[in-house]
Each structure stands twice: as structure tokens, then as C-alpha cells.
Design a protein around this ligand. Structure first.
Ligand code: ZN
Ligand code: ZN
Length: 455
């Protein structure tokens, strides 16, 4: 065991050296001429659904871009809470990511095997970034580049995504993963357990790539446009600061404008289609008029933001008061029955009345305890668990508030980024039901509308 290594996040020179090493090992060709995949229909033309099959299509497309078209792709549904154990018969290490939507198991019988947590597919940017990273794992395993040191291998895998042309995807997802608040909004993407490159390191590598490719202004602007705000500023300032001549010497490449490969739109072989038990798009029976209407109603607030009103549970004191009162009623009733000299029939009848009254009292108290619900007054759907999108009205749930009265203040104080995330999730949830939201038109795979502060 050597001394602990400095993360590339704190070592830009080491980061650039590691890229140089990768280029020496695998050549500069792919790094300098491959299509740089953007979150656009042109780069990722396949139909996206938040399903096993949707992930298969996305992953297969990324595998083609990585030059691994000859490997098949297997997607296995996993639960993120189940630790990524090794899979029998796969080569190389299983690379799991606690809390992430995807993982790479290894290569088995000529197929790259990935795991995916279907409950974490609501955020398209996150899924695309995650699968780009997992495909980079597969590429490194395929070429025998995997390092023993797990944290180092994770950072090199992120670096490899830039080499493969996936840098925009992972840089955007890195920001999502590491900037989200812990808890409700961020639970799905809080993967910053160490061993990953930060969004600024990835943006820096994208700048190195752009300078070495001698990108013209238009090309660089297109890349910048596809990046989230913070990544974009790192990318642009680094690209300005880097000197192409010295960088070319360092990487021993000839810095000259080179034609970037076009997007890959070849149809995917649908060889695994039957495995998913999911009908091919276009072959499903059209929904009935009632279904269409019901879906429209359940998504009527898609593209908007609401909150989950989760009132604090009753205090221990008030719980004791209720129990005490019920006991007192019972004791008084039994006493009065016992002291009555009446027929057995009258005692039974009185007891029945007594129990009904006490039962009714307890039921009334229990029912009056407020239940967590959607803050929309026309909806009010019960939300026992925190959900990203309200199933009753389709609004994005931006967090918890304590009472209905807080909803206007909470809406005003809402962080623009959190709002954008909630809006995007609600639009995607509606899309999964086949409902297109016109309030914020967007194409598949495009990132969320920019937060207001960015306009
Ligand atoms: Zn990884
Ligand atoms: Zn609702």
C-alpha cells in the first residue's frame, strides 16, 4: 500500500497527466475526432422511456459511440439499496455506486452487463450522465485498463468519459449529483461518496479537448450552450487560458482543426426486445378516451410546482390526553353500569352504547390528525411518502412544508435550481404517461429550462 493519493479534483496537473497517459495507451484518434455526444435528439435519437428497455436503447447508443458496438448490452434491474455484488462469470470488477441509478457488472459472454434502478429514472440528465460513466467502465474493462485502486479507477472512468466524447453528459450530471441538497430532492443523485471527478474537473478536461481539436468559435459555443451554467464558465475560461502550442507538445499531438464524426443514427439491433415484455413503441393499442381524460386530469399541473404539506405529528402530551380521556370515559361508564340495578339486557345495551361512544371518540381523534398531502387546493392528494411528482395533479413536489398556509411563502422562497428540477421531473412524469406539457416545450434529453437567475 502506498501513501494515500491526492484526488485529481485537487490536482489539475495530475488530471492532465492522466489524460496524457490514456492517450498514449489508446491513441489520440478517438479523443480528437469522435462525435461529442450532446443531450440532443441528434446525438441521442432513440426513443426514451424510463424503463429497462429505454435504458437499453440509451446504453446501446453510447456503446456504439464508444466503439463497443460488437459487445451486446444486458440491462438487469437492481435496487440501489442492494449492494452491488459480483455477478457470476463476469470479468473485472463490479463497479457499483451507492445511491446511483446505474452500475456496471462486467463483461459476460461477449455482453456488457449493466444494472439499473428503475425507480431512479425520472431525471433524464442524471440517467444519461450515469450511463455514460458506466459505458466508460465497460470500455476500460474491455481494453484492460482497470486500476486496482477503486477511487482512482472511478476518477479515471470519469476522465475516460471525456476521452470517449461523453464529457458534456457527465459534466452536467456531475453537477446534478453533487450540488443537490441531501434528503428529499437529492436523495436519488447524491453519489458524491468520493472517487468521482467534480463538474469543474470535467469541464476543464472538455476545454483541453476543445483546444487540442482547435475548435472554431461556433463549435465551442455549441458545446458551451449544452453545458450547465457553472460548467460552461469553467469550460470557456479554461479554453481561453490554455495555450494550444504547449498543450500540443505535452500530448504530442498536432493541434489542427479536425472533422468531428457525425452523430450516430444507425438503427439499433432490437435483438433483446422480447426480453423486456414491453411492446415496441407504436404497437400499443391507443388509450381509450377515458384513459386520455384521466391522464390529462392526473397531470393537469405538470410543469408547475407544489409542496407536500406534512404537518408535524401530534405531541406526546396530546396523545396522552386522548388516551387518558378514553380511559376516563370507560371507567366512568363501567362504574355507572356496575352501580345500576338493572336487568342484564339493560346492562348489555348500555355497554354497547358506551363502547360505540368511546370508539367514535377515538376514531374522530385519529381522523382529525392531519395527513401529509399535496399543497394544491384542487388536489390535496394524500402523500404519505415524499414523492417527486404528485400522482393526483402531476405537479412537481419541491419539498415539504408544515401547513397549507406556508405554501405561498415556500413558493416565493424556492431556490430556482430546485424549482427547475421539480418542474423537469413533473414534465417527464407526464411524458411517461404520454402527456405532453405545453407550458415548457422541450425535446427529449434536453436539460431543464434554465433557472430564472440565469435568464
Ligand atoms: Zn463508476
Ligand atoms: Zn397534487
Amino acid at each position: 500500500m502506498g501513501e494515500s493519493r491526492t484526488s485529481f479534483n485537487d490536482d489539475p496537473e495530475g488530471l492532465v497527466d492522466a489524460l496524457g497517459t490514456l492517450i498514449r495507451e489508446r491513441g489520440a484518434q478517438h479523443f480528437l475526432t469522435s462525435h461529442r455526444v450532446l443531450p440532443s435528439e441528434a446525438s441521442l435519437p432513440d426513443h426514451w422511456t424510463p424503463t429497462e428497455r429505454g435504458v437499453w436503447r440509451l446504453t446501446s447508443r453510447l456503446m456504439r459511440y464508444a466503439g463497443l458496438a460488437e459487445l451486446g448490452v444486458d440491462i438487469r434491474v437492481v435496487s440501489a439499496s442492494v449492494a452491488a455484488g459480483p455477478l457470476d462469470g463476469t470479468t473485472g470488477h463490479t463497479m457499483g455506486h451507492r445511491g446511483a441509478a446505474g452500475l456496471f457488472y462486467g463483461i459476460q459472454d461477449g455482453r456488457a452487463v449493466f444494472g439499473v434502478d428503475l425507480r431512479q429514472l425520472s431525471n433524464v440528465d442524471g440517467v444519461v450522465g450515469t450511463m455514460a460513466h458506466e459505458v466508460a467502465h465497460a470500455w476500460r474493462a474491455h481494453h484492460g485498463l482497470v486500476q486496482e485502486d477503486r477511487a482512482l479507477e472511478e476518477e479515471l472512468t470519469d476522465l475516460t468519459t471525456v476521452y470517449l466524447g461523453f464529457g458534456v453528459l457527465t459534466a452536467n450530471a456531475a453537477y446534478l449529483a453533487r450540488s443537490s441538497t441531501q434528503g428529499f430532492l437529492g436523495s436519488a443523485w447524491s453519489v458524491s461518496t468520493g472517487g468521482y471527478l467534480g463538474h469543474d474537473a470535467l469541464a476543464y478536461l472538455l476545454a483541453v479537448q476543445s483546444v487540442l481539436r482547435a475548435d472554431d468559435r461556433a463549435t465551442r459555443g455549441r458545446l458551451a450552450d449544452a453545458l450547465e451554467r457553472n460548467q460552461r464558465s469553467v469550460f470557456l475560461s479554461a479554453a481561453d487560458a490554455l495555450k494550444s502550442a504547449s498543450l500540443g507538445d505535452r500530448f504530442q499531438v498536432n493541434v489542427a482543426p479536425s472533422a468531428e464524426a457525425p452523430p450516430d443514427a444507425t438503427p439499433l439491433p432490437d435483438d433483446r426486445a422480447d426480453d423486456f415484455g414491453e411492446p415496441t413503441p407504436g404497437t400499443t393499442a391507443p388509450p381509450t378516451a377515458e384513459e386520455v381524460e384521466a391522464r390529462a386530469w392526473r397531470t393537469r399541473h405538470a410543469g408547475e410546482v407544489r409542496f407536500r404539506v406534512a404537518p408535524p405529528p401530534p405531541s406526546v402530551g396530546s396523545q396522552r390526553a386522548v388516551v387518558g380521556l378514553a380511559v376516563l370515559m370507560a371507567v366512568t361508564g363501567i362504574y355507572s353500569l356496575a352501580t345500576q340495578s338493572a336487568s342484564v339486557g339493560r346492562v348489555v345495551l348500555s355497554a354497547a352504547v358506551l363502547l360505540t361512544v368511546i370508539g367514535g371518540f377515538v376514531l374522530w381523534v385519529v381522523k382529525s390528525v392531519p395527513v401529509a398531502h399535496c399543497s394544491d387546493s384542487s388536489c390535496g392528494r394524500q402523500l404519505k411518502q415524499p414523492l417527486p411528482v404528485c400522482p393526483g395533479c402531476g405537479a412537481g413536489i419541491a419539498g415539504d412544508i408544515r401547513s397549507d398556509a406556508e405554501r405561498f411563502d415556500a413558493e416565493e422562497d424556492l431556490d430556482p435550481k430546485a424549482r427547475a428540477v421539480a418542474v423537469q421531473r413533473s414534465i417527464e412524469a407526464a411524458a411517461a404517461l404520454g402527456v405532453t406539457v405545453n407550458k415548457a416545450p422541450r425535446t427529449r434529453y434536453r436539460r431543464a429550462t434554465r433557472p430564472a437567475s440565469d435568464v
